[in-house]
Ligand binder design. Structure first.
Ligand SMILES: Cc1ncc(COP(=O)(O)O)c(C=O)c1O
Length: 451
């Protein structure tokens, strides 16, 4: 039994936490204190209490070491406690922590953006700074509505764009995210092109979703401000959509004067090999949202757009902590590290190697239904059998748990997907070690001893 704790919330929603290996004494002490003072709405599946992290490794409070294929949900792209990021933070904290960028000016945020813009398509030339992924979506949403003077936006099902009320209105991933939060902002959802789960060919999947999108745009009668798109759907299961689908969305947006917003919060910053995942599809978005890895481990969000699109007036949007000096110093160092260490090339090289190995594993195990990904954004979908394609939720959970017991941190996604999103500094040896542990976990679960 892997779920040692089943919390029952008042509305009978069960929150599960994996306690695979009994946590050590120090970890248990922290968990007890945590339960008293931290709201248990967080989806913390594991009882791992992280104390220290370096590169691709993390240590818990009792000194247990783990190889990290989660990277704090794709945040530690440049590796945990990257020395260049730590040095930049140390340098900045000695000068000033905060300037109140909404009211005063400072060089560090400007320097950060000047470091970022050359990595993006040229037409994206102005930014709004914030502190998290959800805030980048809120900014994109408000900017699109301000610029177009239109009311509706379109997002996909499934998708994940965040949990504050604006971004949550777009998010359509798990019912618990939206339960009881109705009413939402004016958003229509159309199916995301998910070839593995579509009953038909890839072309039919593309056409069906694009037809739905076109019909929805027409239904909303020239009142659509923007289409929000995850170029690779993250939380819903690292779904890689067909190229023609992404290109088709761009064409429909052009035809109807609708802005295309690429949510690259998880897929950006070289995770897929290119700085932006959407460039794999040769598509140019009007607005891009970046967060997670861009802060090198500190909270930082950036909404990027064309200057003529970000035409809102002073007061139309602002915040207190956007442009925080320490976060921008960390972000500048992180971007420089990504370039200096050619992390895009490493993501491509190691990602290709891992997908090849996972494809071979798929042939060996009936429960691996699909392996997909770009660079180091890789999803493995577990099914009861290749024929039924029924999601193997229990087996997926057991595999995560067994891997953890053997020292590998994994994250789930979608219903029955394991995602690999290790730090982009990962070496081939570390990738091999992680794959070995992962396969041992799959083998053990298949043998039936672990579910
Ligand atoms: C694609 C995407 N957009 C937005 C968000 C929200 O980011 P945050 O949790 O920083 O608000 C996430 C978080 O996982 C994400 O994956």
């Amino acid at each position: 039994m892997h779920f040692a704790k089943l919390y029952m919330t008042p509305h009978a929603c069960t929150i599960m936490r994996f306690i695979c290996k009994k946590p050590g004494k120090k970890s248990i002490a922290v968990l007890r204190r945590d339960e008293k003072v931290i709201s248990q709405c967080l989806t913390r599946e594991y009882s791992v209490v992280i104390e220290r992290a370096k590169g691709c490794d993390v240590w818990d409070a009792d000194g247990r070491k783990y190889l990290d294929f989660a990277a704090g949900v794709a945040v530690a792209g440049v590796g945990h406690t990257n020395p260049a990021v730590v040095a930049a933070v140390n340098k900045q904290v000695k000068k000033a922590l905060h300037c109140g960028f909404a009211d005063f000016n400072a060089e560090m945020p400007v320097k950060f953006v000047e470091t970022l813009l050359p990595l993006l398509p040229k037409h994206l030339n102005t930014t709004f700074l914030s502190n998290s992924g959800t805030e980048t979506i809120e900014a994109a949403y408000k900017c699109a509505r301000w610029h177009t003077k239109r009311k509706w936006v379109i997002a996909f099902d499934p998708c994940f764009h965040g949990r504050t009320m604006g971004s949550l209105s777009l998010t359509m991933a798990r019912p618990v995210h939206r339960e009881r939060y109705d009413p939402f902002l004016p958003v229509k959802h159309v199916p995301y092109a998910y070839p593995y789960r579509f009953d038909g060919s890839v072309d039919e999947c593309t056409t069906a979703s694009l037809s739905d999108l076109e019909a929805t745009i027409k239904l909303l009668d020239n009142d659509v401000a923007a289409v929000f798109l995850e170029p690779i759907a993250g939380e819903p299961g690292y779904i890689v959509p067909p190229r023609e689908w992404v290109r088709g969305i761009r064409s429909l947006c052009d035809e109807h004067n609708i802005l295309l917003v690429a949510d690259e919060v998880q897929s950006g910053c070289y995770r897929t090999g290119s700085f932006l995942a959407i460039s794999h599809f040769n598509v140019k978005p009007d607005i891009v949202c970046l967060s997670k890895a861009i802060g090198g481990g500190l909270p930082l969000g950036v909404t990027v757009a064309r200057k003529d699109v970000m035409d809102w007036v002073p007061g139309a949007h602002a915040n207190t902590f956007g442009g925080n000096l320490v976060a921008c110093a960390a972000g500048t160092a992180a971007l420089n590290e990504m370039k200096r260490k050619r992390l895009g090339a490493n993501a491509k090289r190691i990602g290709t190697f891992m997908i090849r190995r996972l494809d071979a594993m798929k042939e060996r195990y009936e429960i691996i239904g699909d392996v997909r990904g770009l660079g180091l954004m890789i999803g493995i979908e577990f099914v009861e059998s290749k024929e039924s394609k029924r999601p193997a939720i229990e087996q997926r959970n057991a595999i995560q748990c067994t891997a953890l017991e053997r020292g590998l941190l994994l994250l789930g996604a979608g219903k029955s997907v394991v995602r690999f999103c290790p730090p982009l500094v990962i070496t081939k040896q570390q990738a091999e070690r992680g794959l070995r542990i992962f396969e041992e976990a799959v083998k053990e679960v298949v043998k039936g001893s672990k579910v």
